[in-house]
Write a protein that binds this ligand. Structure first.
Ligand code: PBG
Length: 323
């Protein structure tokens, strides 16, 4: 065989040269850290299926926010565990709802930290579905009204960015109109545009106590088998006024991240969800995978596929590693 003319290994010989030609770099400035806020004081309850992730009461959450900010992470994503649930998820849009209280506390203690509020009803409804029910299914248009109310409650509390994750049709438009009417025209919407009905959300439902009491979410979240439909969903959300779009989960859906990134010109977020986190942590704990290496590899690959921002439960660990 003839000697190869081009030898790719020339640029892999040592770390200095590999680093110089590296195409993708992680920075804490692209991480978003999710939190689960719960009632009470001094509560720090570890989630069984997500070691290292906690339900935190507001006082401890504020402390955590200081440390997140000091690591160079610009934003958190907030989920709420309300003191009580009902059929229509009232705490989601109550002025003193758990998330609204937490937003006020964080914004007054750590004003420079961006607070993104997840906007959905499933943590707040007694049945665990993402909206109001009619005849055993989530009623789309009734739910839109409740979502608009919740978006306004979050905005009034001081949320910097609103992130609807419910997957109702037409929600971005309704939320945008509600915000604009009340002079919140400068609050961006980060829409969970391509959100799949994924088995990888299992541990989150323990963390947020949001498992549906009957059925599943397949009548509103996307079928994991579909890629082209994601393009349609993203296009719709952009038309309706989304400022940033999200693909969720992340690692099993990198083809979707890549297509969304190449076909649209808005910032793209990817959510490395609870099950992706828990699967890695379980393997780390068994000594089956190298912890630091696989955390960084998973995040690098999500970014390489096209994510501008990554929502990840590893944000703090990764920030310390790449900081
Ligand atoms: C609320 C919501 C979910 C997640 C984010 N927002 C759960 C679901 O849709 O069932 C999942 C996040 C994760 O698994 O980390 N609708």
């Amino acid at each position: 065989m003839e000697n190869p003319y081009y030898r790719p290994r020339r640029l892999r010989r040592n770390e200095a040269i590999r680093s110089m030609v590296r195409e993708t770099r992680l920075s804490p400035s692209h991480f978003i850290y999710p939190f689960f806020v719960c009632p009470g004081t001094a509560v720090r309850k570890e989630i069984g299926s997500m070691p290292g992730v906690f339900n935190l009461s507001i006082d401890l959450l504020v402390e955590e926010c200081r440390s997140v900010k000091s690591l160079g992470i610009p934003a958190i994503l907030l989920f709420g565990l309300p003191p009580a649930k009902d059929e229509v998820g009232s705490d989601a849009y109550a002025e003193d709802g758990i998330v609204q209280q937490a937003v006020r506390a964080i914004k007054s203690a750590v004003p420079a930290l961006l607070v993104i509020t997840d906007l959905c009803l499933c943590e707040y409804t007694s049945h665990g579905h993402c909206g109001q029910l009619r005849d055993g299914d989530v009623a789309n248009d009734e739910t839109l009204r409740l979502l608009a109310k919740a978006a306004l409650a979050q905005a009034k509390a001081g949320a910097d960015i609103i992130a609807p994750s419910d997957m109702m049709d037409g929600r971005v438009r309704v939320i945008r109109e509600a915000l604009d009417e009340q002079h919140f025209e400068n609050i961006p919407i980060l829409s969970y545009a391509a959100k799949y009905a994924s088995g990888f959300y299992g541990p989150f439902r323990e963390a947020a106590d949001s498992a549906p009491k009957f059925g599943d979410r397949r009548s509103y979240q996307m079928d994991p088998a579909n890629q082209r439909e994601a393009i349609r969903e993203v296009a719709l959300d952009i038309e309706e006024g989304a400022d940033m779009v999200m693909v969720k989960p992340a690692m099993p859906y990198l083809d979707v991240v890549y297509r969304v990134k190449t076909e649209f010109d808005l910032p793209v977020a990817a959510y490395q969800v609870s099950g992706e986190y828990s699967a890695l942590v379980a393997a780390h704990r068994n000594g089956w995978l190298e912890r630091e290496r696989t955390i960084l590899e998973s995040l690098t690959c999500i970014k390489r596929a096209g994510a501008d921002m990554i929502i990840t439960y590893f944000a703090k660990d990764a920030a310390k590693l790449v900081g």
